[in-house]
Design a protein around this ligand. Structure first.
Ligand SMILES: NC(=O)c1ccc[n+]([C@@H]2O[C@H](COP(=O)([O-])OP(=O)(O)OC[C@H]3O[C@@H](n4cnc5c(N)ncnc54)[C@H](OP(=O)(O)O)[C@@H]3O)[C@@H](O)[C@H]2O)c1
Length: 321
């Protein structure tokens, strides 16, 4: 099969194409023919070597954690998915920048007929992250006030829609050029974090969903400026859900605020909830740009992703033969 791989950590120009054997599947996995994949933060972090101390890669390595395509084979213990099903799914260990992907059945879900592979590929990891962060970790309730950082981003633009649909009062941060976009997704207020201190503008909130990496943290406490401000605006016993600081739960507890890092677990039930919301027109991924499944296409998509200014998602599309 054709795969776009990395043979070492590096810049967006590090990709090469190789012919590799299609992955073999275990009893609980399905083999998917990939039609669309994405660039996600995990792909960028793994590619650049940011995770290399905690996660050993074997090269050549195939990146890509989310995809959509068609089931071509099923393991002997697979009970729900069938050959020929159109599905989307995610693979924490990558593998989606290839003609074929092995996915756990639990990490994949059948698509409604109206959902294209491109739209579907933009959902599994980002929507699952938003969903589990808001409702499993955040335990968001209707009527609560939530601040969602990076409301225009891959995860943020889905989280804004979900929180609003659930009846929350949604405050998001975004640059001014994204304000109309984020309001149309359902945000009640949008704060331009480049000109306004969100801690002064947000008022008191019940929950913060944080996706902003603090560039400088206090050497003793491990706490950065964004986290300090998040704590400042949270009510007593509120919840700070971080997608970026795995150590946050070890920081000193402030005014009973529960601070947790959201570690996303793929499961078919949550993926089915996401698909239901899409089918009911309550949730939609915004695709900023589509790239071809080539070395040049994937390199260009990674380069654009690194700007950290992408609205919604970047999708990679493979020609259907
Ligand atoms: N824990 C997990 O399992 C998990 C899962 C997924 C993602 N994540 C993490 O969550 C973060 C977001 O992921 P993503 O895929 O949504 O990223 P993304 O799509 O790259 O986010 C880009 C967006 O971030 C906004 N942004 C950049 N700097 C900002 C700032 N200082 N304040 C507010 N907004 C800012 C930009 O909007 P503007 O142009 O409006 O600034 C842009 O739309 C990443 O750091 C990622 O590593 C963690």
């Amino acid at each position: 099969m054709r795969a776009v791989v990395i043979e070492d950590y590096g810049t967006p120009g590090v990709f090469t194409e190789q012919t590799l054997p299609a992955p073999s599947i275990t009893g609980t996995q399905v083999l998917i023919e990939m039609y669309a994949a994405t660039v996600s933060s995990a792909d960028q972090l793994v590619r650049s070597g940011a995770f290399k101390n905690g996660m050993r890669l074997q090269f050549p390595h195939v990146l890509g954690i989310e995809a959509a395509g068609v089931v071509r084979a099923t393991g002997q213990n697979v009970s729900q998915l069938q050959v020929g099903d159109r599905v989307m799914g995610l693979s924490r260990s990558g593998g989606c920048y290839a003609d074929f992907i092995a996915l756990e059945e639990q990490a994949a879900v059948v698509l409604p007929p109206e959902l294209s592979f491109q739209e579907a590929a933009a959902l599994p990891a980002s929507a699952l992250t938003a969903w589990q962060a808001l409702f499993q970790y955040g335990r968001l309730l209707s009527g609560q006030r939530i601040l969602i950082h990076a409301g225009a981003g891959g995860v943020g633009h889905l989280a804004v829609q979900m929180a609003k649909q659930y009846g929350a009062y949604v405050i998001a941060t975004a640059r001014a050029n994204n304000h109309e976009f984020v309001r149309q997704l359902g945000a009640d207020e949008v704060i331009d974090y480049t000109t306004t201190d969100f801690a002064e503008a947000a008022g008191t909130v019940d929950i913060v969903l944080d996706m902003v990496r603090d560039t400088a943290v206090d050497a003793d406490t491990g706490i950065g400026a964004t986290e300090r401000k998040n704590l400042q605006i949270l009510r007593d016993n509120g919840r700070l859900i971080s997608l970026v600081d795995p150590q946050i739960a070890t920081h000193p507890v402030v005014r009973g605020i529960e601070a947790r890092f959201a570690y996303i677990e793929p499961n078919a039930k949550d993926l089915a909830s996401i698909i239901r919301q899409v089918h009911e027109h309550k949730l939609r991924a915004h695709i900023e740009e589509i790239f071809p499944f080539t070395v040049q296409g994937i390199s260009a998509a990674h380069l654009l992703y690194e700007s950290r200014k992408v609205r919604g998602k970047l999708v990679i599309v493979r020609q259907q033969e």
